[in-house]
Write a protein that binds this ligand. Structure first.
Ligand code: PGA
Length: 251
C-alpha cells in the first residue's frame, strides 16, 4: 500500500516568526497522527531555523525550488547541496507558478528533477493543465507531455523516488477543486503512463498527490480515490487547524 503524503506549499507567505508559530502549532496538532507522511515547504530563508524547530517531530521539510547546477555565479538561486545542508528532504519542482511566472520549461523541470534525485532529495514534480487546455480537450496531452518530459532520461532506480503532484492550474487558489472523479481520472492516466515508462511495479508504488484548493472538507473524498495518494496544499497549509485537519485525512 502507498503511504499517503500531505505536503504544505507555503508559497511566498510567512516571515520567520510567523513560520515558527505555524510549525509549533502543527507539531502540537499532529502529535500521534499516523494518517500519512507530512512535509512543510516554507520559503527558502526559513528552511534552516524551521529545520531546527521540526527536529524529532516527524514532520519533514521541503523547499519550493532548486537550481540544477552544483554551484557558481547564479545569483538568486540555490543548490541541492545547500538544501540538504539545512535539513530539507523534499523539493517541489515545476509548480505551475514557476512555469507561468518564472518561465520554467519542461526541460528545466527535467533537469531539476534529475538533480534532486541524484542528490537524494525527493522531488514533488508538478504537472497539470490550464483551464484553456482543459476546455480545448488537451488535458491528457498536457499530462503526457509533463510526465514524459519531466521524467525523460531518469533511470528506474531514481524514478522510484519521485512523487508526482497533479495540480490542475484552474483549481489552484481559485476555490474550484477538481471533483474526486476528475482527480481519479487524471491520476489513473498519469499512473498508466508511468507504468508504460517504468513498469507496473514502479507505477503501483509511486505516490501521486492531488493539488488545487484542497481543504479539510474536500480532502477525504479526494484521497478516498484509489489513485490519489495525498495532497499538495497551498492556501490551507498556512493555517494550523486547516493543515492539521488535512494531514489527519480530513473531516
Ligand atoms: P491551493 O494551492 O491549495 O491554494 O489551491 C495549491 C498549490 O499551488 O500547490
Amino acid at each position: 500500500m502507498r503511504r499517503p503524503l500531505f505536503a504544505g506549499n507555503w508559497k511566498m507567505y510567512k516571515t520567520l516568526p510567523e513560520g515558527l508559530a505555524l510549525v509549533r502549532g502543527l507539531k502540537t496538532a499532529l502529535k500521534g497522527n499516523d494518517r500519512g507522511d507530512v512535509v512543510v515547504c516554507p520559503p527558502a530563508p526559513l528552511l534552516a531555523p524551521l529545520a531546527e524547530e521540526l527536529k524529532g517531530s516527524g514532520i519533514a521539510l521541503g523547499a519550493q525550488n532548486l537550481y540544477f547546477e552544483d554551484e557558481g555565479a547564479f545569483t538568486g538561486e540555490w543548490s541541492c547541496a545547500m538544501l540538504k545542508s539545512v535539513g530539507a528532504t523534499y523539493v517541489i519542482i515545476g509548480h505551475s507558478e514557476r512555469r507561468s511566472i518564472f518561465g520554467e520549461t519542461d526541460g528545466m523541470v527535467q533537469k531539476k528533477t534529475a538533480k534532486a534525485l541524484k542528490a537524494g532529495l525527493i522531488p514533488i514534480m508538478c504537472v497539470g493543465e490550464t483551464l484553456k487546455e482543459r476546455e480545448e480537450g488537451e488535458t491528457f496531452a498536457v499530462l503526457l507531455r509533463h510526465v514524459r518530459a519531466g521524467l525523460a532520461g531518469i533511470p528506474e532506480n531514481l524514478a522510484a523516488k519521485v512523487v508526482i503532484a497533479y495540480e490542475p492550474v484552474w483549481a489552484i487558489g481559485t476555490g474550484k477543486t477538481a471533483t474526486p472523479a476528475q482527480g481519479q481520472e487524471a491520476h489513473a492516466f498519469i499512473r498508466k503512463e508511468v507504468a508504460r515508462l517504468y513498469g507496473e511495479d514502479l507505477a503501483h508504488a509511486m505516490r501521486i498527490l492531488y493539488g488545487g484548493s484542497v481543504k479539510p472538507g474536500n480532502v477525504k473524498d479526494l484521497v478516498a480515490q484509489s489513485d490519489i495518494d495525498g495532497a499538495l496544499v497551498g492556501g490551507a497549509s498556512l493555517k494550523v487547524e486547516d493543515f492539521a485537519a488535512i494531514a489527519r485525512g480530513g473531516a
